[in-house]
Ligand binder design. Structure first.
Ligand SMILES: [Zn+2]
Ligand SMILES: [Zn+2]
Ligand SMILES: [Zn+2]
Length: 174
């Protein structure tokens, strides 16, 4: 734990996590706490490797497996949610106190734009109704080029229809 000023941060989330850890009969550890704090301190979409890169700078004894398992626990506890951007990696973002949103992914620079449209949400529900389908959750993703990449000369060949889009989601730590 670095600096006592960060200890009181994210108290609600910490309590939720403690309760969950206890309900699972797991031990509360300083390492899990550090992973939680670090995760909550960034607004990025992070893979377990990204988060590992951040926390191992603070505590080099931390292993990738611990980070991976803790992210799973955070997801189960309702603090994190998994999101996929088509590059076969699992990203995590904040779930608790964060409204539902969807994503646009730039296949050139990997930027991820979050958006929310009540109209689109309503249309999706309408469409589900039409099929007698009861949706539990959804993830709408648009792939393409962000405004900066369109302005630059780096226009790449569009991926063939059906091909796996080339996404390298950029995070603050790379
Ligand atoms: Zn949506
Ligand atoms: Zn871009
Ligand atoms: Zn997001």
């Amino acid at each position: 734990m670095s600096g006592s000023e960060t200890v009181k941060e994210f108290q609600v989330e910490r309590d939720i996590f403690s309760d969950y850890i206890q309900s699972r009969g797991l031990r509360h550890t300083g390492q899990r706490d550090l992973i939680l704090q670090t995760f909550l301190s960034t607004e990025e979409h992070l893979t377990s490797e990204d988060l590992y890169g951040l926390v191992s700078k603070i505590d080099p004894t931390l292993g990738l497996t611990t980070v991976y398992r803790t992210l799973k626990l955070l997801t189960e506890a309702g603090l994190a949610r998994e999101v996929r951007f088509g590059d076969n990696k699992t990203y995590y973002e904040h779930h608790f106190n964060h409204e539902h949103h969807d994503h646009m992914i730039c296949t050139e620079c990997g930027k991820v734009i979050e958006f929310f449209s009540p109209d689109i949400e309503a249309l999706q529900d309408e469409m589900a109704d039409k099929f007698g389908f009861r949706p539990t959750h959804h993830s709408l993703r648009l792939w393409g080029l962000c405004s900066e990449c369109q302005a630059g000369n780096l226009i790449s060949e569009p991926a063939a229809p059906g091909a796996q889009p080339r996404v390298r989601v950029r995070t603050a730590m790379h």
